[in-house]
Design a protein around this ligand. Structure first.
Ligand code: NAD
Ligand code: DAU
Length: 341
């Protein structure tokens, strides 16, 4: 699979953009980014590769069958990696409809295009949230690939539905698919609505730091580049029809993350506010990544303390990027979500 043409959907978002940077730097692949530029997609993120000879950006919606088919006809992709999604749990609780549309119907549209035009691999970027949550008092329990699907939010339900469709297209039509289910990512270009960038940006402005519930919920954090490397490995060497969990054995309570950020920025813990909990808030996620380690030799490379410092430094140095985002529609969102919480 030398010199492949890869369609990366959702490549103007957080993880998709990092994946594109990874491919352009580390492979000879030709990369076509398909992204509709929702509130979460930013062309400025891709400015550094816009003129790269092996890169092309196409604005389009993965639910738009005509546009998707046209792109497949034009580019004849060898591989499709689908990152495009509505990704924020809180927004899915407010307005589930668009999550079902993009995450489920969009996935089906891409799968149909793969069937019609042929493909070497369709890879679905999924999430550990499809497994639901784990109790806080059972540190011995972790999600494996055979843990039953048991979703909590409209977001995770839509991602789980998409996963089931991907596997159905493999079993029914023999489509060469793979799925990865990763834990929480962090790193450069993370949209400011998510925990880590939100806390960095609020702390920089000495604004209150809204911690949901008691702050004891646990997430399993992975530096985004480690996730990108894992996806690249799965697409190249992973078995067709398989699901691979990705995670770094790095469980942290939300409150501890917020305290680390406060201290790294030399701010006061008095900024922390415990606010109303997220509805249906998952307690703990923890990934068992032994399958991808055993089969593909993948291991995370970035230690959390290094990754968090790199991330904080990136936000300190890239105020242009996030400043443009938080000065727009984000303010309305923030007021709606946190105004009288
Ligand atoms: P993001 O919200 O930062 O980016 C999503 C991108 O998809 C944006 O560029 C947006 O414009 C684009 N998009 C949305 N709807 C579209 C549509 N209908 N057609 C075309 N493009 C569309 O998301 P992210 O955090 O980068 O997540 C990427 C993928 O990884 C998602 O599928 C998500 O479920 C999955 N995932 C995320 C994490 C995480 O911690 N962020 C962890 C595991 C899995
Ligand atoms: O586990 C993978 C998932 O991680 C991905 O599938 C999702 O796309 C991604 O958004 C992320 O989901 P989370 O809900 O875990 O991420 P979020 O950053 O929204 O929240 C992380 C934790 O922090 C969660 O327990 C809720 C809490 N939180 C979040 C925000 C935004 C707060 O306490 N305060 C906040 O303001």
């Amino acid at each position: 699979m030398e010199h492949r043409t890869i369609i990366v959907t959702g490549g103007a978002g957080f993880i998709g953009s990092n994946f594109i940077f990874y491919l352009l730097e580390n492979t000879e692949d030709h990369v076509v980014c398909l992204d509709s530029l929702t509130y979460a997609g930013n062309l400025s993120t891709l400015a550094g590769v816009a003129n790269h000879p092996r890169f092309r950006f196409v604005r389009g919606d993965i639910t738009d069958r005509e546009a998707v088919y046209r792109l497949f006809e034009e580019t004849a992709p060898d591989v499709v990696v689908n990152f495009a999604a509505e990704s924020h749990v809180d927004r899915s609780i407010e307005n589930p409809g668009v999550f079902l549309q993009t995450n489920i119907i969009g996935t089906q549209t891409l799968l149909d295009a793969c069937r019609k035009y042929g493909i070497q691999r369709y890879h679905q970027v999924s999430t550990d949230e499809v497994y639901g949550d784990l109790p806080l008092d059972r540190p011995d329990l972790m999600f494996t690939e055979t843990t039953p699907i048991h979703t909590s939010s409209p977001y995770s339900a839509s991602k789980a539905a998409a996963d089931l469709l991907v596997l159905a297209y493999h079993r029914t039509y023999g489509l060469p698919v793979s799925i990865s289910r990763c834990s929480n990512n962090y790193g450069p270009y993370h949209f400011p609505e998510k925990l880590i960038p939100l806390m960095i940006i609020n702390a920089l402005h000495d604004k209150p730091l809204p911690v949901y519930g008691t702050g004891e919920n646990v997430r399993d954090w992975l530096y985004v580049e480690d996730h990108c490397k894992a996806i690249d490995l799965i697409v190249r060497n992973g078995r067709v029809g398989e699901v691979y969990n990705i995670g770094g054995h790095n469980e942290m309570r939300n409150i501890d993350i917020v305290r680390l950020i406060v201290h790294a920025l030399g701010k006061s813990e008095d900024l922390i506010r415990f606010v109303a909990d997220r509805k249906g808030h998952d307690r703990r996620y923890a990934i068992d990544p032994s399958k991808i380690h055993r089969e593909l030799g993948w291991l995370p490379e970035t230690k959390f303390e290094d990754g968090l410092q790199k991330t904080i430094d990136w936000y300190l140095q890239n105020e242009d990027w996030w400043g443009a985002i938080i000065s727009g529609e984000y303010q309305t969102y923030y007021q709606r979500m946190y105004g009288d919480r």
